[in-house]
Design a protein around this ligand. Structure first.
Ligand SMILES: Cc1cc2nc3c(=O)[nH]c(=O)nc-3n(C[C@H](O)[C@H](O)[C@H](O)COP(=O)(O)OP(=O)(O)OC[C@H]3O[C@@H](n4cnc5c(N)ncnc54)[C@H](O)[C@@H]3O)c2cc1C
Length: 490
């Protein structure tokens, strides 16, 4: 495809050259945000393709998976998730999430009510401000509680393939979950699925088409220096065969995810952060197909009763999380930076898992453990089988609060920004904040940007059709050795 053929006229006349280091969801989103405006953007990624870091499966549109975080973070996640659906609609799997409290849990379902009401009010306000924000259904239906009687009434209905009413999403739940294990009511909330493979597809399709975006894959940044009396940067990359390349930029964005500290150390930028290694597992349960919501069974993180999360994909595939030390979490998997380095040091056993393969026995043990964890609540899930290698990676958490879930960006010195997202949906907010900083630095004229400083302008990304996204996402899933079902639209 000729990049020029589908690129609209650039909005900005700025000659600034921007480098983004790291092509995860943060770096790729920032690259798209800038290149769509016509900024000269270079995206440098050490791996062979984009959005191939730690997984993403859930759009945290309200932060309802996290009872421990403050309401403010939940409201931020809601707004950021709405923006994400608007910019990347074909990456979203539209299905609700059911949240159930096991009888062993210390809380009560109604404890969730005050926050849910705040979220519903906020969603309603956002829709009133701009009708295009109505991407999670009617605000009045943002959440709903179902009693045991409501659920029992669904037990004998056939599991449908499509939902014609909200309660259709509860039929598979009613038939398969051991209801005696739960407290009632259960909650249904409009937190959707988010496909990492479809995001990878959209970003790569759009970047292919944007003439102002220069993508350099298989290029690892190994050195970076700033001129003394100038703000310009020299960035040195190493390619797959070891050749070095020196390039000059006016502004550098560190979007290296859990490796952000390495770039911070190269530029002597101090920063306190944590890094956490985690994994999710892929199971196949072909005996039970049809309409499935995501199902969350709350539990205390880090204990054997840690939260269980069942994320549905087409063709009987499921992604599983269990917030116990034997499933998603790992002993010493959470580490912090030190006074001497902004890069938290994960033990080599984690780095080996990220850079090389997992031992087969570990894949089996942990996936079977996750199946058993879900089967406590869905007994027939013991029929499910290990379907692929885990989806895993390390995620950065800026600062000292390991529970922080809504973060975006920080700045250091002259013309240097770091994307510090914890959840994928914060990537757009990071891009917006850096754009505002480019204005503050005088690299872009605010008058030229106008409404696009705050309005998301993604004409090329939004032109990607659903079918081409699916096609590219399936190619990526195959290349990465995962079932293509994970790339299909639900
Ligand atoms: C098990 C698990 C489940 C998760 N589930 C969800 C979820 O459901 N929803 C959600 O929103 N979030 C989820 N997250 C969090 C989400 O994965 C992260 O927020 C997100 O991936 C961070 O994106 P990023 O772009 O900042 O970093 P990354 O995705 O890590 O991208 C950083 C990129 O930088 C590149 N890089 C690093 N160093 C260099 C260098 N020197 N030179 C060039 N390139 C470099 C890397 O190769 C990588 O591609 C989950 C995380 C984990 C671990």
């Amino acid at each position: 495809m000729n990049k020029m053929s589908s690129t609209p006229q650039p909005l900005l006349s700025s000659a600034a050259k921007i480098a983004i280091i790291g092509g995860g969801v943060a770096g790729s989103t920032i690259a798209l945000r800038f290149a769509e405006l016509g900024l000269d953007t270079t995206l440098i990624e050490k791996g062979p393709s984009l959005v191939n870091g730690p997984p993403i499966c859930h759009l945290h549109a309200g932060g309802n998976l996290y009872r421990e975080i403050c309401d403010e973070q939940c409201l931020t996640l809601l707004k950021q998730s709405i923006d994400t659906v608007r910019v990347y609609p074909h990456s979203i799997n539209i299905r609700p999430t059911i949240i159930a409290l096991p009888k062993t849990d210390k809380g009560q379902p109604t404890d969730l009510l005050p926050r849910l009401e705040k979220l519903r009010t906020k969603y309603s306000e956002l829709v009133t401000q701009d009708i295009r924000n109505k991407v999670l259904g009617e605000p009045a239906d943002y959440f709903r509680f179902y009693s045991r009687e409501d659920i029992t009434a669904l037990v004998n209905k056939p599991i449908p393939n499509e939902a014609s009413q909200a309660s259709d999403w509860l039929i598979s739940f009613a038939q398969h979950v051991d209801l005696d294990n739960l407290k009632f009511p259960v909650l249904l909330v409009q937190e959707y699925g988010w496909s990492a493979f479809r995001m990878a597809a959209i970003t790569s399709l759009a970047i292919d088409r944007l003439s102002s975006c220069h993508l350099q894959t298989n290029s690892k940044v190994v050195a970076i220096t700033q001129q003394e009396n100038d703000s310009a940067w020299q960035v040195t990359t190493k390619n797959g065969i070891g050749s070095l390349n020196h390039q000059h930029f006016d502004y550098v964005i560190n979007a290296c995810g859990f490796k952000s500290g390495e770039i911070d150390d190269m530029v002597s930028a101090k920063r306190q952060r944590m890094v956490e290694f985690k994994a999710a597992y892929v199971a196949h349960w072909p005996q039970c197909q049809g309409l499935w919501p995501e199902i969350i069974f709350y539990g205390e993180r880090g204990t054997p009763q840690g939260m269980a999360q069942l994320t549905p994909y087409p063709d009987g595939y499921f992604q599983l999380h269990g917030m116990t030390q034997d499933i998603t979490l790992f002993d010493q998997g959470l580490v912090a930076s030190s006074l001497h380095s902004a890069q938290p040091q994960l033990a080599s056993r984690f780095i080996e898992k990220i850079d090389k393969q997992w031992p087969e026995q570990l894949v089996n043990n942990r996936t079977l453990g996750s199946i058993e964890h879900i089967a406590q609540f869905i007994p027939a899930f013991t029929q499910a089988e290990v379907a692929a290698k885990p989806l895993f990676g390390a995620q950065q958490i800026p600062g000292e609060d390991a529970d922080l879930r809504a973060a975006d960006v920080s700045f250091h010195g002259r013309h240097y920004a770091r994307a510090e997202i914890v959840k994928g949906s914060s990537a757009l907010a990071a891009a917006d904040a850096i754009l505002a900083n480019l204005v503050d630095c005088g690299l872009i004229a605010e008058t030229e940007l106008g409404e696009y400083l705050t309005q998301h302008y993604f004409p090329v990304s939004q032109q990607c059709s659903e079918s081409e996204v699916t096609e590219r996402a399936m190619v990526l899933a195959k290349q990465r050795d995962y079932p293509i079902a994970l790339a299909k639209n639900l």
